[in-house]
Design a protein around this ligand. Structure first.
Ligand code: A3P
Length: 284
């Protein structure tokens, strides 16, 4: 680590529980057909989707999400502790990752693991990232939103360049992939959860679905110390009020980016995403 990141194959990883040696060893991780992998660029709403998956698997019963930290329910394969939990676990596993596809364990391409790929308006990812990284102790901290804007648009950012990252997962992604956007989840959580259940071959009774919607809502997750990252205060999160749960809305970028910044952003990113179907990106 030199500048607040763990660098591996030219990609900056958060320093938390991650080393180049582990990222190399992780290549031998064996995905099983019954696993479910959540993959996303950081700040896309990953933990929300994980909470939903946990509640699908517990059939809406909140006991699990209220008693076990979210990173142990669906561990990060790139973290040494998460990797160990996953390796020792019998039966179907929920797995989370931000690893770019070209550095991902290759067994994923041979397995029938179900992959849910979460995307989000990158302008909102930028704003969400800025407010989270300035209270975090495990990545390089920007001094201002202007500075972070520069980093983000130049691709000097946790996990590298957003457009390259998303493009690579979209274009080279294997079969058994469901793409879900933060925006559609916000707009109609119930329908998207039902779509995820169909993809996973899971069925929830109406009251189980209602319980899932309640316990994965922004307000309830915000109060749940097993999901809101407040357990990390003083260790990985600096601020004594710091939480993962900031605003939980779509379009907050309009409150933070200038018109000129939005134009620069569009020029850079629209061009880079031009090869992908526009319906994959349902945001303004
Ligand atoms: P904001 O900072 O825009 O509020 P990740 O889990 O990938 O780090 O993403 C964090 C973002 O997801 C934060 O966005 C957080 O508020 C949002 N989020 C988490 N749980 C949510 C929920 N239940 N509903 C809506 N947004 C949620």
């Amino acid at each position: 680590m030199s500048d607040g990141y763990v660098w591996f194959e030219g990609i900056p990883f958060p320093v938390v529980d991650c080393t180049p040696e582990h990222l190399r060893a992780m290549q031998d991780f064996v995905f099983k057909d019954e696993d479910v992998l959540t993959v996303s660029f950081p700040k896309s709403g990953t933990n929300w989707l994980v909470e939903i998956l946990c509640l699908i698997y517990s059939k809406g019963d909140p006991t699990w999400v209220q008693s076990v930290p979210i990173w142990e329910r669906s561990p990060w394969v790139e973290n040494t502790h998460g990797y160990q939990i996953l390796k020792d676990k019998e039966g179907p596993r929920l797995i989370t990752s931000h690893v770019p596809i070209h550095l991902f364990p290759k067994s994923i391409f041979k397995s029938k693991t179900k992959v849910i790929y979460l995307i989000r308006n990158p302008r909102d990812i930028l704003v969400s990232g800025y407010f989270f990284w300035i209270i975090s102790k495990f990545v390089k901290r920007p001094e201002s939103l202007e500075q972070y804007f520069e980093w983000f648009t130049q691709g000097y950012e946790t996990l590298g360049n957003w457009a390259q990252y998303v493009n690579a997962w979209m274009l080279e992604g294997q079969e058994n992939v469901l793409i879900v956007s933060y925006e559609e989840l916000k707009q109609d959580t119930r329908s998207v959860v039902q779509k995820i259940c169909r993809f996973l071959g899971k069925k929830l009774e109406p009251e189980e679905l209602n319980s899932l919607l309640k316990h994965s809502s922004f307000q309830v997750m915000k109060e749940n110390k097993m999901s809101n990252y407040t357990l990390l205060r003083g260790w990985l999160i600096e601020d004594k009020n710091g939480s993962l749960m900031r605003k939980g809305i779509s379009g907050d970028w309009k409150n933070h980016l200038t018109v000129a910044q939005a134009e620069v952003f569009d020029r850079i990113f629209c061009e880079k995403m031009a090869g992908l179907p526009p319906e994959l990106f349902p945001w303004e």
